[in-house]
Structure formats: structure tokens, C-alpha cells
Write a protein that binds this ligand. Sequence first.
Ligand code: ATP
Length: 300
Amino acid sequence: MSSVTVRVPAKVNVQLSVGPLRDDGYHDLVNVFHAVSIFDEVEARESELVKVGVEGEWADQVPLDDGNLAIQAARALAKHAGRGYGVELVIRKAIPVAGGMAGGSADAAGALVACNELWGLGLPPEDLMEIAADLGSDVPFSLLGGTAVGTGRGEQLTGLETNGTFHWVFAIADGGLSTAKVYAECDRLREATGEAVGWPQVSEPLLTALRTGDAHALGAVLTNDLQPAALMLRRSLARTLETGRELGALGAIVSGSGPTCAFLAADAGHARDLAISLTASAVCHTAAPTTGPAPGAHLI
Ligand code: ATP
């Protein structure tokens, strides 16, 4: 086999609850991940060395050195296998970079699945999940896909059964937001306002809405504790969210650490109309309709 290609989805957090800052600098999270049909492709080709190339609209914002999460994933897998394998990775990016949709994590998950296949390792999903958890808290979910509850730093995952398809619109911003800066701003805001932060709990109404496929109910209970911080760092997002609500979105939320905004629509036609209107209203770089849940990293 000289080349294999893996497709990996973006995610939105339909619930992101952030607990108090821990002594180790992390937060305990309750994170309900939902994979959506915006996919990066990761191709792995035979090579002596480990190297990466990136194609697509946002390619120039992605590092090509060891800072690339896909490279880190390939190296971690080779180390696990105990051999100095090489690979040439080609990433075709559709997921916005630093957009709060776990694009880098998706590429890391894609590289794990692709290299496992290219190198003929035959490692089971549990082993890939373990390596993924060491690479970053969103990487295991990029492998799993679908809809899942994550606890701890996000890496302890339980898959959720959902009913039917949810229709989303993602409003992609110009430029990204650093996840670390958004968490730091969240801590600063909480300290400044003296907000009492409780232990994060998964929302039962949210689980019911997902299980029953009720988009109206889901739209009403979307929550993201990082949203106030993202809005402080990027003031224009308040207008993006407001415009989506005025256009009839069932729910409007910043995706993860932002700046991408996610809007829930009633059906495919509503999502298409909402995307056209959001793009025309110039409150974002572009808006795209899509659906969830989507499958995790898979060979094509
Ligand atoms: P998350 O939602 O997991 O917080 P994000 O979607 O906001 O993350 P990413 O697209 O994963 O952000 O990128 C964050 C940073 O990681 C980028 O600014 C980039 O420098 C770096 N990076 C490393 N590898 C990649 C990759 N393969 N694709 C995108 N960014 C990468």
C-alpha cells in the first residue's frame, strides 16, 4: 500500500461547562461533543522521513514543522510501535484553523488512523484512543465522532445515541482565536466578577433533546461557558449571534473557544436560507450549512 486517505469531522460543543481552575492549570469540564459534516482529509504516503504538506483555503495558517498536530500524532504512533517509521502527510483542510472546531485535533486523529493503516500496525481502536488522549483533549473525540459526553479534561468519553439528523449553520470568522487565551479570559472574567463556579454537570434536558432528535428543544439549551470570554476578545461575535437569532435560528452559540458561531436550524431548507442570509449580512467571513452527527475518523 503506497497511500491511504482518512476523512475526519469538525466538532461543535453543544454543552461546554467549565469548572473552577485546578492547581495543575487545567479545568474540569463537562463537554458534550457533536461531530458535524465539515471534514479535513489526511492522506498518508510512503516516505523515508516524517513530513507534512497542507492544502486548502487556510493552509498558510497551519505549521509545517513539529508543531503540526498530525506530525506529533504520527511520531507518537511510531514510538508506540517501537520503530522509526516515516510518512508524508498531506492535509486537505476544510475545518477553519483556530476556529473552535478542533481542526488540529481532527488532523491528529486522521494521522493516527492513516498511519496505523499505511504501516500495517493493525492497532485496535482502544490503543489509538489512548495515544489520542496524550496528544490533546479533543483528539479522542475526533476518532470517535457522533455525539459524546466528555469529562475530565474532555478525554474521558461516553458515546450518546441520538435520533435523526440535526441541521446546523457555521459562521466562519476572519482570523482565529487562541484556545489558551480564551480560557485565560474566562478565568479573568470570573475573578473580576466574583462569580461562584460550581462543579460542572451534564444537562439532562440537553441529553433528552439529543436522544429524541428535538432540534427546538436542543436550540433552547445550548450552553458554552467560554462564550462570554470569546465575546470579550472578539466583540463583533455578539452581532453575529444576534443576527442569526433574528433570522430565526433555533439556537445560537459560539463553537468551543470560537470565533466560529454555530446556529441550529429546523431543517435542511432553513439551514440553507440561514447560511445565505448570514453571508449576505456580512457578519462573518462565510456561512455554511451542514449536518450532525457525523462519523469519526474513517478510511475512504
Ligand atoms: P479547539 O477547538 O480544539 O480548541 P481550534 O479549532 O480552535 O481548537 P485548531 O484549528 O486546532 O484550533 O488550531 C489551533 C492551533 O494549532 C493553530 O493556530 C495552529 O497553529 C496549530 N496547529 C497545529 N497543527 C494544526 C493542524 N493540523 N491544523 C490546524 N492547526 C494546527
